[in-house]
Write a protein that binds this ligand. Structure first.
Ligand SMILES: N[C@@H](CCC(=O)N[C@@H](CS)C(=O)NCC(=O)O)C(=O)O
Length: 211
């Protein structure tokens, strides 16, 4: 693997234990061979509401990355872009780079919330049931996004071009944890094969260290 432009430089991630958005960054660092320190917060304990956290991210969300320049960078997609530059994970070619950007937008606007919300409320907080109408509605929206991914992945190994990019990293966490929100993606065989392909790449990092 070519040397990453950020190799050997300090990188620190503000995250929570089970944040899917922060997992994207841990996946990226694992795949890219970058060492990453974690500063793990607890949303339920109110950690994100403190003044100390506002200095990390005034938008009061994880992930945020402390870059070697000494600045905290917020938003998972911006952090993936930052980490991917100068590597094959963010292609140089104009069109391929724009296609990566399309999938990053897709993840934030059509995919992430529809998967993250049922997972949060059913699996992590236990405040909703699988069959609640609101959960069904989220899944209805999420299934449309997953079906679009499945159609796109037919005959392809990765979302853009022939090699994995930060677009694949962005879409992996919440797709792979869909079952925690009551989803059944088993009929989507191209998505299923893609998830397995992502897990098999060198440097794959599981959500939980002990997993
Ligand atoms: N658009 C943001 C979303 C980040 C996000 O939703 N983070 C969640 C954890 S996965 C969070 O910090 N939630 C706390 C809150 O919003 O109060 C990104 O992609 O980084």
């Amino acid at each position: 693997m070519p040397v990453h432009p950020l190799a050997g430089q300090p990188l620190e991630l503000a995250d929570t234990l089970r944040s899917g958005n922060a997992w994207k960054i841990r996946l990226a660092c694992g795949y890219m061979g970058l060492a990453l320190r974690r500063r793990t917060f607890d949303i339920v304990q109110g950690d994100l509401e403190t003044e100390a956290f506002a200095a990390i991210n005034p938008w009061r969300q994880v992930p945020a990355l402390l870059t070697p320049e000494g600045l905290w960078l917020a938003e998972s997609q911006a952090i993936l872009w930052y980490l991917g530059q100068g590597t094959s994970w963010l292609p140089d070619a104009r069109l391929a780079q724009a296609q990566v950007s399309s999938w990053l937008s897709f993840e934030q606007t059509q995919h992430m919330h529809a998967f993250a919300q049922p997972r949060l409320l059913i699996h992590l907080r236990g405040t909703a049931r699988v069959d609640d109408p609101a959960m069904r509605e989220w899944r209805c929206q999420g299934m449309k996004a997953a079906a679009l991914m499945d159609a796109h992945l037919a005959g392809r190994e990765f979302l853009v071009g022939d090699a994995p990019t930060i677009a694949d990293i962005a879409l992996y966490p919440y797709t792979s944890m869909a079952h925690e929100g009551g989803y059944d993606l088993s009929a989507l065989r191209h998505v299923h094969a893609w998830l397995a392909r992502m897990r098999a790449l060198p440097g794959f990092t599981p959500l939980l260290e002990t997993a």
